[in-house]
Design a protein around this ligand. Structure first.
Ligand SMILES: Cc1cc2nc3c(=O)[nH]c(=O)nc-3n(C[C@H](O)[C@H](O)[C@H](O)COP(=O)(O)OP(=O)(O)OC[C@H]3O[C@@H](n4cnc5c(N)ncnc54)[C@H](O)[C@@H]3O)c2cc1C
Length: 503
């Protein structure tokens, strides 16, 4: 298209959002350069390698596979053209305490039987819950995720609101779940995954119960080679379309003149821009890269926001095989209200007895480990409003590992050959994450769709934003969708301006 050809887009950030946006824009005909502060792509999903162990530092659940299919279809491709996926079975193991664990299976009929052991007609209730979850998912996927929201009017689709209200999408998730299940185990299993998208059952709307459909109907899949294989795939798409990648290039300032972002000042020289798409942490982009008078969202705005959890993460390379772990394993602590209150409440604290997620991807993928080894990542979600001090991190690790060893009856400490622990400071230093959040902006009702920061600046005409702070939100598939939405807006705006000029 002639109005697009030769127009320079500078994309800030090479996470899943920046990589996807760069490939789409280059396909449209823009001249695209990606500026990334770190020395490699992936952002939160970057890979770290040590002594032959290959760690995905962030995502481990390959969810909402339709979104990946849709993205690759834009290029006439399929994910399988770049990486192979396998379905994991059992999907995951849950520990409720010592000698109290169960497995969720890929065959949903097995899960109905399991739920019958929790409470009377538990299986029937699960069937009904999953049916409702699927109905919500279909509405969300077909009408909500791929739609950009600019003002409240965009949100007011009457027939959709009616359908949504009928399905109770706006009820608080914990209340919604309690209407279906009495047993603590059933309630926890159908709600746990919202924590992964920076939500929590007491503060998030029931629409996030769609994750139960993703979990039990669509299944838990794994990309062989890990999430690093998806990072490589999307980056390669960009390379095929002519994207220029500049790593070790941190943007310090966006120079604005006549309400247009003209030049980016970086640690690796300065770059002229016709269009700028910032996919780095939104708060950093607004508060640090542009002058105050050009900020759409000022300090007051960010102070009021509910920021998604930070993460205490431990990456372990082991020199032995583990027998009592699956690929995905959880410990759900007994008092969830207290745990979520320590994350989102007014008096945040490091939880004494937190819920814990442990992934052992080497159970499905031997390419990640030296022979005879095993690789494990331990994740505890915590409040972003906590001090992250190295000596404390070590103490906390000892406590968490002791718990994991007790729950699984398997010794780990004596087999560690690689160990790395990160928390808030890592996210602040590596990504400029606001308060060191791992997951960006939380998913509450007031931070959904039109209520998330927009894909376009209101003060700088050629400055756009995408990524996990924007709509649709947190997670790899929806970050990719946010890239698609921002790219559509950019292309539409460029054509609109060209049409005006030609009149
Ligand atoms: C521990 C963890 C586990 C997760 N688990 C899952 C999961 O299982 N499944 C799932 O779907 N999602 C998961 N997520 C969420 C998912 O990883 C994110 O939502 C997604 O990766 C966000 O991508 P992004 O590109 O929007 O942001 P980012 O990955 O943060 O990318 C932004 C990039 O911008 C760069 N940048 C920032 N500022 C500048 C600057 N000034 N100059 C140049 N570059 C800059 C950063 O270095 C970064 O590379 C997880 C996240 C974490 C942290």
């Amino acid at each position: 298209m002639k109005e697009i050809k030769g127009r320079k887009v500078m994309v800030i950030g090479a996470g899943f959002t920046g990589l996807s946006a760069a490939a789409i824009l280059a396909k449209e005909g823009f001249e695209v350069t990606v500026l990334e502060k770190n020395d490699k792509p992936g952002g939160r999903g970057m890979v770290w390698q040590e002594k032959g162990y290959v760690f995905d530092m962030g995502p481990s659940w390959y969810m909402m596979i339709d979104a990946f299919d849709n993205f690759f279809a834009l290029f006439g491709k399929k994910p399988e053209d770049y990486y192979k996926t396998v379905r994991i079975d059992p999907s995951y193991r849950v520990h409720f305490g010592e000698n109290d664990s169960l497995d969720i299976k890929a065959d949903i009929n097995e899960n109905y039987k399991l739920f019958d052991t929790f409470e009377k007609e538990g299986g029937k209730k699960l069937r009904k819950f999953i049916e409702r979850s699927k109905a919500m998912y279909d509405i969300v996927f077909d009408h909500f995720l791929y739609k950009d929201y600019w003002n409240i009017l965009d949100f007011l689709d009457r027939s959709l609101i009616f359908k949504g209200l009928k399905l109770k999408i706006l009820t608080k998730l914990d209340k919604f779940v309690k209407k279906y299940f009495k047993s603590d185990k059933a309630q926890k299993i159908v709600q746990y995954s919202v924590a992964f998208v920076g939500a929590s059952p007491p503060i998030s709307p029931a629409v996030y119960s769609i994750l139960a459909h993703c979990d039990m109907n669509l299944g838990i899949w794994y990309p062989l080679g890990g999430f690093g294989a998806i990072v490589d795939a999307i980056k390669n798409l960009g390379v095929e379309k002519g994207v220029d990648f500049k790593f070790n290039t941190e943007v310090f300032k966006i120079e604005v003149k006549d309400k247009m972002g003209k030049r980016l000042l970086t640690s690796n020289g300065n770059f002229q821009a016709d269009i700028i798409l910032n996919t780095g942490d939104y708060e950093h982009g607004e508060m640090k890269l542009i002058e105050e008078k050009y900020r759409t969202y000022k300090e007051k705005y960010w102070k009021k926001k509910i920021i998604a959890p930070a993460a205490f993460l431990v990456y372990l390379g082991l020199n032995k095989k583990l027998n009592n772990f699956l690929h995905h394993n959880f410990y759900f602590n007994p008092d969830w209200d207290d745990y979520f209150n320590k994350i989102f409440g007014s008096n945040p604290q490091w939880p004494e007895d937190p819920s814990i997620y442990i992934t052992v991807p080497s159970k499905s993928d031997p390419s990640l480990i030296p022979e005879g080894g095993e690789l494990m990542t331990i994740l505890v979600l915590v409040s972003p409003d906590l001090d992250d001090i190295e000596s404390f991190r070590e103490q906390y690790f000892d406590k968490v590992l002791e718990k994991v060893e007790k729950l699984t009856g398997e010794s780990i400490k004596d087999s560690i050959v690689v160990k790395r622990i990160v928390a808030h400071e890592h996210f602040k230093n590596t990504f400029h994450a606001f308060k060191g959040t791992a997951l960006g902006l939380a998913h509450t009702l007031r931070q959904t769709a039109v209520f998330r920061p927009h894909h376009k600046s209101k003060k700088v005409k050629n400055l756009y934003y995408a990524g996990h702070y924007t709509h649709p939100g947190v997670g790899v598939p929806v970050s990719i969708i946010s890239a698609q939405l921002a790219c559509e807006k950019i292309t539409k705006d460029v054509k609109k301006v060209a049409m005006k000029k030609n009149k």
